[in-house]
Design a protein around this ligand. Structure first.
Ligand code: PEP
Length: 249
């Protein structure tokens, strides 16, 4: 398979402040300006305007951690796709495991969100991954397949044409436990095979990135694997030195 441009994203989750964001971004603008990867940050929605302003014209792009699949109306606390588009967001994180487990987001919700993101021409970064219990009972591939096919069945394989898929084993997120490069690579290959059954070309185009306690020390061994096209980084993206190392790896 052809080597793809790496995708490295920082999911800030519910962290940051005006001054912390400014300091972090000012450092990153300097350190990652020559990165060969696509570098993206996902700040909390309330800071998108600040982040987009600081990053205007830079090689670091802005994404949003979640959107509503509704267009507008009486949905208190939600933000719509056209709103985030207004602020120059190019990437939308969909189906992060924290959204699925803490806020009850279902595969059907994920499919609806993919649909609006794709229709708007933005890039979905769709997260899939198994829990520890599912892995230990040998269900990893079944879970990943179900998460992907629920989207494909609803809106078609074309939805993945411009997508990034983040394989994030739930047991590795924020726990300091990382899937071994071999474990991750195996699931990434499985993701490609699953998509290939629908469309060869789309399977080749899609970047599959790994997420789950990626840091400056383990990134090289993960990126050495053929099927790992980048990383979705949580904790380590809040600190400039570590995130820079990942973005430049
Ligand atoms: C994430 O939130 O997507 C993530 C991978 O977090 P962490 O790197 O902290 O495990």
């Amino acid at each position: 398979m052809k080597q793809k441009k790496r995708f490295v994203a920082g999911n800030w989750k519910m962290n940051g402040s005006l001054s912390q964001n400014r300091d972090l971004l000012n450092a990153l603008i300097e350190t990652v300006k020559d990165a060969d990867s696509d570098v993206v940050v996902f700040p909390p929605a309330i800071y998108i305007q600040q982040v987009a302003t600081i990053l205007d014209g830079m090689n670091i792009k802005v994404g949003v951690q979640n959107i509503s699949f509704e267009a507008k109306g009486a949905f208190t606390g939600e933000i719509s796709l056209s709103m985030v588009k207004d602020f120059g967001c190019d990437y939308i994180l969909i189906g992060h495991s924290e959204r699925r487990t803490l806020y009850g987001e279902t595969d059907a919700d994920v499919a609806k969100k993919m649909k609006v993101v794709v229709a708007a021409g933005l890039t979905p970064v769709i997260c899939v991954g198994e829990t520890l219990e599912e892995r230990e009972s040998g269900k990893t591939e079944d879970v990943i397949k179900a998460q992907l096919t629920s989207v494909i069945d609803e809106i078609g394989i074309e939805a993945f044409k411009n997508a990034v898929i983040a394989y994030e084993p739930v047991w590795a997120i924020g726990t300091g436990k990382t899937a071994t490069p071999e474990e991750a690579d195996q699931v990434h290959e499985f993701i490609h095979c699953t998509l290939k059954a629908y469309d060869d070309k789309i399977s080749d185009l899609v970047r599959v990135v790994y997420g789950g306690s990626v840091n400056a020390s383990n990134v090289d061994s993960l990126f050495a694997k053929e099927n790992i096209d980048g990383a979705l980084v949580g904790g380590a993206s809040l600190e400039a030195e570590g995130f820079t190392k990942i973005a430049l790896a």
